[in-house]
Design a protein around this ligand. Structure first.
Ligand SMILES: NC(=O)c1ccc[n+]([C@@H]2O[C@H](COP(=O)([O-])OP(=O)(O)OC[C@H]3O[C@@H](n4cnc5c(N)ncnc54)[C@H](O)[C@@H]3O)[C@@H](O)[C@H]2O)c1
Length: 274
């Protein structure tokens, strides 16, 4: 795939899964990359692959919840490459637990990484994207930003919030006449380490949850996900649904309104052990 030659792209959470696949696909499309993660070993593996492609790459440990570090990082990336064209706010974590048994700290942690991480990245890079004259913010929500399921209140909250934030931003950029496009991404089940990296409320078997996700939910490869996301970025889509499951679920929610809750309940109960 061509089309990003000379562009500078920033990918958070690039040490694994969708972020790693995005970085590799962007590199193959000619982009220069700034990659970051808290997992420095995974990040080094991504860097090796980018170097093998012959890409210019800047690699940094960055925790997306650390706002001051994110702001300094944005300036450093801009200085390093002379401009920034795209940010993929991709870093994320998952947590399973009913509201009744979840601790405040568990819910706050998911909001910190999955929502505030996206806000930090968007606001840190926005001035540079505007200055580039050709910017794009790509924020990773989830199908769980389109509908809610039991046991995912924290993750649902963060991913709905990412969607609300990003859809408002897209309209604001148009109104302000800024040269920044904005895309919200809603992946369905993607075969990554997300469930194995996740945590769960006390009493739940995290290994069993991860195994159920890997066997029954994760259908689309991260490479395919990256391909779909980048095709949507090229076409400046407002919203991208990743995977056939995402498309079917989105349609069902739109057809049934809040009625989806009654339809999904037995299906979710079968897919995810409780
Ligand atoms: N896998 C799926 O089915 C799926 C579905 C919908 C949405 N998503 C979203 O896609 C994004 C990527 O997830 P993935 O599936 O590739 O998972 P993954 O666990 O394979 O990768 C996520 C990466 O984010 C990094 N990360 C976690 N916390 C961080 C922090 N505070 N700062 C910086 N990096 C951090 C992890 O170290 C990891 O490398 C996430 O936002 C996730 O919510 C995934």
């Amino acid at each position: 795939m061509e089309g990003f030659a000379g562009k500078v792209a920033v990918v958070t959470g690039a040490g694994s899964g969708i972020g790693q696949a995005l970085a590799i696909e962007l590199a193959r499309s000619g982009a220069k990359l700034a990659i970051s993660d808290v997992d420095t070993e995974g990040l080094a593996r991504t860097e090796d692959q980018l170097k093998a492609i012959g890409t210019q790459v800047k690699t940094d440990r960055l925790d997306v919840t650390e706002r001051a570090a994110f702001l300094a990082y944005a300036d450093a990336v801009n200085e390093h490459f002379g401009k920034v064209n795209q940010i993929y706010n991709n870093a994320g974590i998952a947590f399973t637990g009913d509201v009744e048994v979840s601790q405040f700290k568990d819910i706050e942690r998911v909001m910190d990484v999955d929502f505030w991480g996206v806000v930090n990245g968007t606001k840190a890079f926005l001035p540079h994207l505007i200055a580039s004259g050709d910017g794009h913010v790509i924020n990773i929500s989830s199908v769980f930003g389109l509908f809610s399921v039991p046991g995912q209140a924290a993750y649902n909250s963060a991913k709905f919030a990412v969607r609300g934030f990003t859809e408002a931003l897209r309209q604001e950029m148009v109104l302000a006449g800024h040269p920044v496009r904005v895309t919200t991404v809603h992946p369905g089940g993607i075969r990554t380490a997300i469930a194995r990296n996740a945590s769960a409320a006390e009493g739940l078997d995290q290994a069993e949850l991860a195994s159920a996700f890997d066997k029954r939910v994760a259908r689309t490869s991260p490479q395919r996900a990256a391909h779909i996301i980048l095709a949507a970025v090229r076409r400046n889509k407002a919203r991208v649904l990743v995977g056939p499951d995402a498309k079917v679920l989105d349609l069902l929610v739109r057809l049934t309104g809040s009625g989806y809750q009654g339809v999904f309940l037995p299906v979710v109960s079968r897919l995810i052990p409780r």
